[in-house]
Design a protein. Structure first.
Length: 96
C-alpha cells in the first residue's frame, strides 16, 4: 500500500480547504439545489441538474480531502540537500 506523505504545511492547507468545503461551499450548494428543486419539473430543469452536479462534486472533494487528511503522514523536512526529497523546494533554471 502506498503511504501518503505530507509536509506539515501541506496537511494544514488540506485541512483548511476541507473545513471551507464542509462549512461554506457545501451549504451554498445545498441551498441552490433546494431552490432549483422548488422550480418544478425536475426532468427538464437545468438549474436542478447543475446544482445536483455541483453538490456531488463538492461531496467528492470532501471525501478525497478527508482521506488525505486521515491517512496522510506528516514527514519532517529533510536535512540533507544532496537529493531532492518530499518537502524540498526546487527551482529550475534554463541554461543557454
Amino acid at each position: 500500500m502506498i503511504k501518503i506523505q505530507l509536509t506539515k504545511e501541506g496537511k494544514e492547507k488540506l485541512q483548511v480547504e476541507l473545513q471551507d468545503l464542509k462549512e461554506s461551499q457545501r451549504q451554498t450548494a445545498v441551498d441552490r439545489l433546494q431552490k432549483a428543486r422548488s422550480m418544478g419539473d425536475l426532468s427538464e430543469n437545468g438549474f436542478y441538474k447543475s446544482a445536483r452536479y455541483e453538490l456531488k462534486d463538492i461531496d467528492r472533494k470532501i471525501r478525497q480531502l478527508l482521506h488525505l487528511v486521515q491517512e496522510g503522514q506528516v514527514i519532517q523536512k529533510p536535512m540533507s540537500n544532496e537529493t531532492v526529497q518530499i518537502g524540498h523546494t526546487v527551482v529550475l533554471k534554463r541554461l543557454g
